[in-house]
Design a protein around this ligand. Structure first.
Ligand SMILES: [Zn+2]
Length: 159
């Protein structure tokens, strides 16, 4: 099943063993369904982030991590001096100010759900509402998996 949100991003996390989680690659079957979604070309602006610091050895409170992962679906961990900085995307709403600071526009890229490459904010990309969740893919993956299979509408002969 294709789901965005349940997957943690790869590279930032692998630096921290305890939090390591890998993106699952899509199966061929999942890839073959991509063309059936209706994709909208977008440029996603940077998002604000909630930032948390966990001192070395970087073992943030598992309860907070689980709750935030469930709420936001994603996190990024950066090793910094003395510990790690953990970011969650934040689109408003209540948060625990004793745990988090807001970092404006710090969530500055997303990842392609197919190739996992970063998609910097404001870069053209494609967005679709899948059966169970939203999907985001880069223009290269759109070219590769979606475009060739899309049926042209007869009046759009110029495409
Ligand atoms: Zn891609």
């Amino acid at each position: 099943m294709i789901r965005r949100g349940s997957k943690a991003p790869v590279r930032e996390l692998t630096a921290v063993g305890a939090l390591a989680a890998a993106h699952e690659h899509m199966t061929d079957e999942e890839l073959s369904t991509l063309a059936s979604f209706s994709w909208a070309r977008k440029r996603l602006p940077p998002r604000d982030a909630l930032s948390m610091f966990a001192p070395d050895p970087c073992e943030p409170d598992p309860v907070i991590m689980a709750e935030m992962q469930q709420r936001t679906g994603e996190c990024r961990v950066f090793q910094v001096q003395g510990g790690c900085r953990i970011l969650f995307p934040f689109d408003g709403g209540a948060y625990d100010a004793s745990q988090f600071a807001i970092e404006p526009k710090a969530w500055d890229h997303e990842r392609c759900d197919v190739c996992l490459e970063p998609i910097p904010a404001m870069t053209p990309c494609y967005w679709a509402d899948g059966r169970s969740s939203r999907l985001l893919i880069c223009t290269a993956c759109h070219q590769r998996y979606v475009k060739p299979k899309q049926r042209r509408r007869w009046w759009r002969f110029w495409e």
